[in-house]
Design a protein. Structure first.
Length: 279
């Protein structure tokens, strides 16, 4: 079989199409005998191989972006995680995350699988991520969350490492923009585990109760008092760790629930999502 001469123009064209490095592109073209489509497949397969080799690596760096649709009734939160801070701060990586966020915002996929299937330049996002793995040589993982409500807000903390989205039961309430931003920033700063008491999962509750019981026993309290005191400690857990029951950070005389209702007694927070890099 004859060997096709690989020119600098061929390499450059493949680099423009894939973003892969010069030597990777040259090798891909050589292995595929100059066939551009086959060379792209070669690079993608390399990415898949890299992903497999790095499956046990931690992706504790990355970029998080939250956004709201034009109707302000659906918010999305996208996180593209990688292994190193060097990659996370690369503008191309940030731009790629922003592109995925824009697509999620406009297409409104219901879950991560649906988002990964949406195409960018003729390739599914899942395959585009595989290309990026081949290009940078790091494990990359995509996370995706969304909420819908009559009114939603997104908060992006400076640095692209932390973002929140929050939904509210009403739109058009006077002062809602300010209140919503305050609640979104509260969720970012105070990292609640759930919206309200009833939303805390049972395994978390049981773990907190077990810790409280052991602490109480270690203090020498009578066994018949252990459960009652543990339940009291659980109320403190709710106050510290559920968004609506937390003290509002700008006025600790109010809970977040009470603060929201200062502008409308019927206004409720319907849900929130919070994501931070490395957590």
């Amino acid at each position: 079989m004859s060997t096709v001469a690989i020119t600098a123009a061929d390499v450059n064209k493949l680099r423009q199409m894939t973003g892969a490095g010069m030597m990777d592109c040259k090798k891909a073209l050589t292995e595929s005998n100059g066939d551009l489509e086959a060379a792209i497949d070669f690079l993608r397969k390399k990415g898949q191989k890299v992903a497999g080799n790095r499956a046990d690596r931690e992706t504790n760096e990355g970029v998080v972006i939250a956004s709201v649709n034009s109707g302000a009734n659906r918010a999305t939160l996208v996180s593209l995680n990688c292994e190193t801070d060097f990659v996370a701060k690369n503008q191309d990586f940030i731009n790629f995350t922003q592109q995925i966020s824009d697509i999620a915002n406009s297409n409104q996929p219901e879950n991560l699988e649906a988002l990964l299937a949406i195409q960018i330049d003729g390739l599914p996002i899942g395959d585009k991520i595989t290309e990026q793995i081949g290009k940078i040589g790091e494990k990359i993982e995509l996370s995706y969350h969304h909420i819908s409500a009559p009114f939603v807000i997104a908060y992006n903390h400076p640095g692209n490492r932390l973002a929140t989205i929050v939904g509210f039961s009403k739109a058009g309430v006077n002062g809602l923009d300010t209140v919503a931003k305050d609640v979104a920033m509260q969720a970012a700063a105070m990292a609640p585990v759930a919206l309200d008491k009833d939303d805390v999962d049972s395994s978390t509750l049981e773990r907190e109760l077990d810790i409280a019981r052991e602490q109480i026993r270690a203090e020498g309290k009578p066994e018949e008092m252990v459960e009652k005191i543990a339940q009291g400690k659980l109320n403190k857990f709710y106050k510290d760790n559920t968004l609506l029951n937390q003290e509002f950070i700008k006025d600790n005389k109010l809970t977040v629930r009470q603060y929201v209702q200062t502008i409308d007694k019927d206004l409720m927070v319907t849900g929130f999502k919070r994501f931070s890099v490395g957590n």
